[in-house]
Design a protein around this ligand. Structure first.
Ligand code: AMP
Length: 392
């Protein structure tokens, strides 16, 4: 078990907390502050314990000086100050005298945010390549390191792995919640255990299927990836998305697990993504049509499996939900999960966005804050940002 923030005496200590403030910003306005809100419990806890709180986060990717202007963390500092009801001291640099003096003057219960850690990527990618000098420098600014940025745990960066190499470390409240949601599913799920997989590409989900097919009772497949599976079973799928490279993988999985892999029986098609939506049985596909959502009979079919499931894991929207014509399947699954009283865990990224956008956040046991990180957990991989943290 990893140490948590609660395992440390924080009073008067300089506590470096890696948070995930990688939020969408346009014209200095934060479009969606979900990630900032999710980090508040850990920050609040550290304040209440009398820590000197020093926050680090990345924002966007920095390749040019224009990127630096675009991805300045200052608006986040102001917004976080409003959420916490206290000033957040913002230091515009990622290193140097000004930062060191500000930390020296920091009082117990005060919060300071360091500029975007990826400013360090401009010259020679020190942050993203976990340059040892950078991790050691940031570590020298604190006494304890807490990682609460789940979204970057699958990366080994200076601001997570680099700092943790040099300081006593623990996970924050958010990462603890993520692990509490995923660990039982991965180790000992309650059966029936059903996985819903969707999204664009089969290639992104191959390792998830390989890792979980033995544990799962059913894998319901929708989204763009379903059409590759359908083609692999000999069905003509018009101009739908096909991942030619992985046809053999799909064929083999269907043959090996015919009762576990559940494919769509109908589809919402159109001649292009802005075209008129037509529902057709899979056997009636027209050569000039693209499949863009699961049909109503597939929703009924999937509902039979979902109704009985005690554990449901969902990764990937089952249609092009960004277009209202092709959002019905993904919305219907939200509704089916709402009706289910078992454990329902939603992977991060697009699936999380869809569930939140359609207003079903409260109906889920857990919605992950990390797309890539949650996918790697499901693939059975160890996340370097968590592995490095001290054991209890
Ligand atoms: P992923 O990042 O692999 O989870 O893919 C998410 C994306 O898949 C979303 O942007 C959806 O619009 C897209 N998607 C879902 N179903 C389809 C489909 N049938 N055809 C093309 N794209 C799809």
């Amino acid at each position: 078990m990893k140490k948590t923030i609660q395992d440390y005496e924080l009073k008067n200590k300089r506590v470096l907390i890696r948070v995930d403030f990688n939020v969408p910003i346009k014209n200095n306005q934060i479009i969606n502050d979900n990630r900032i809100r999710m980090s508040v419990p850990t920050i609040q806890y550290a304040i209440e314990q009398g820590a000197k709180v020093i926050l680090l986060s990345h924002l966007g990717r920095i390749k040019t000086e224009e990127d630096q202007q675009k991805y300045d963390l200052k608006p986040v500092a102001i917004h976080l100050g409003n959420l916490l009801g206290q000033e957040v001291i913002f230091v515009e640099e990622t290193r140097g005298k000004r930062l060191e003096n500000a930390i020296e003057n920091l009082q117990s219960g005060q919060v300071l945010l360091i500029q975007n850690t990826r400013y360090e990527d401009l010259m020679d990618e020190k942050e993203s390549t976990n340059h040892p000098e950078l991790g050691a420098y940031w570590a020298s600014l604190g006494d304890i390191f807490i990682n609460d940025a789940f979204g970057t745990c699958h990366r080994s960066h200076a601001s997570n792995v680099g700092i943790a190499t040099h300081l006593p470390s623990g996970i924050g409240i958010l990462i603890h919640k993520e692990l509490e949601a995923f660990t039982p599913i991965l180790e000992n799920p309650k059966h029936p255990f059903t996985i819903i997989l969707g999204g664009a590409k089969v290639s992104d989900k191959i390792e998830v299927i390989e890792n979980l097919i033995c544990k799962a009772d059913y894998i319901l497949i929708g989204g763009g990836m379903a059409y590759t599976f359908l083609k692999a079973s000999g069905i003509a799928i018009g101009k739908s998305l096909v991942d030619e490279e992985h046809l053999d993988f799909c064929k083999q999985i269907i043959q090996q697990y015919p009762d576990k892999i559940i494919l769509p029986i109908d589809s919402i098609n159109a001649e292009d993504i802005d075209g008129i939506a037509i529902e057709r049985f899979i056997s009636d596909f027209k050569p000039n049509e693209i499949g863009l959502d699961i049909g109503s009979n597939t929703i009924k079919l999937f509902s039979q499996y979902l109704k009985e499931s005690q554990t449901i894991l969902w990764n990937g929207p089952v249609g092009m939900f960004e277009k209202s014509n092709f959002a019905k399947g993904t919305k219907a699954l939200c509704e089916l999960l709402k009706e289910n009283s078992g454990v329902k865990v939603v992977g991060g990224g697009d699936t999380a966005s869809a569930v939140i956008q359609f207003g079903y956040s409260e109906s889920m046991t857990h919605i992950s804050t990390g797309g890539g990180a949650s996918l790697e957990l499901l693939e059975g991989k160890k996340l370097p940002g968590i592995e490095i943290i001290n054991e209890k």
